[in-house]
Ligand binder design. Structure first.
Ligand SMILES: N[C@@H](CCC(=O)N[C@@H](CS)C(=O)NCC(=O)O)C(=O)O
Length: 220
């Protein structure tokens, strides 16, 4: 028996949770969810039914991507050095958390408006993009100094942020490629071109149905 991860392949929250789970090698059963017809097993948990959600073997429920990331960190077996990924010092942890909060509260807000500008006709898509670019500018400045947000090793902050930058870039890929955010482009490409991302995190699975054989993630 393994913990169950309800996930949606393209969801940036689910991507960051799967990325950390794979990086730390913590095995789960992955259940791919179609948002328009969520499985009864997920709905019957009650409360929020957003994905990702993780149900541990003891029944403990982790309904947020960041909860799942911290759960995975708590399960890591010590083979991997965690200090760069999630620093031991509280002061450094707070800095990592600040980036994640900045992404989730600020950048995501403008990303949604940029992506769905037709649903927010008060302003143009370009206006929303410019607001989101404030985040890209700060990220680019940071990445000028080092390969990742907190130095030369990947941290939870990078992993929590890159799926959202991926979405932002994809709204108008041509614009992004021509943009001035060279450091962000290199940093993003590093994630997107990795085998972990292409062959594990983004692997396609059909929608989970009750009774089917469980899908092991990461696959052996
Ligand atoms: N704060 C949540 C957000 C998760 C979220 O919004 N997931 C979206 C898919 S990307 C979802 O499940 N939407 C459908 C719903 O909320 O019912 C997290 O960090 O996991």
């Amino acid at each position: 028996m393994l913990p169950v991860l309800y996930s949606f392949r393209r969801c940036p929250y689910a991507i960051r949770a799967r990325y950390v789970i794979d990086l730390l090698g913590v095995p789960v059963y992955l259940r791919e969810v179609v948002l328009k017809s969520k499985p009864a097993a997920l709905l019957s948990l009650g409360g929020r039914s957003s994905v990702p959600q993780l149900i541990d073997v003891d029944g403990a429920r982790y309904p947020e991507s960041l909860d799942i990331i911290f759960w995975a960190l708590s399960k890591a077996d010590g083979c991997i050095s965690l200090d760069a990924l999630w620093p031991f010092q509280i002061i450094k942890q707070n800095k990592v958390k600040a980036w994640m909060k900045y992404n989730d509260r600020f950048f995501k807000y403008w990303l949604d408006r940029y992506k769905y500008a037709d649903r927010h006709p008060e302003f143009s898509g370009v206006y929303y993009r410019r607001r989101g670019e404030v985040f890209l500018q700060r990220l680019d400045k940071r990445l000028k100094k080092s390969a990742f947000i907190f130095g030369e090793s990947v941290s939870v902050a990078d992993i929590a942020v890159f799926p959202f930058v991926r979405q932002f870039a994809a709204v108008d890929q041509a614009w992004f490629e021509l943009s001035e955010y060279h450091n962000v482009k290199v940093w993003l490409a590093n994630f997107l071109n990795s085998e972990r991302f292409k062959s594990v995190v983004m692997v396609k699975n059909t929608a989970w149905e009750a009774g089917q054989e469980e899908i092991l993630f990461p696959a052996c």
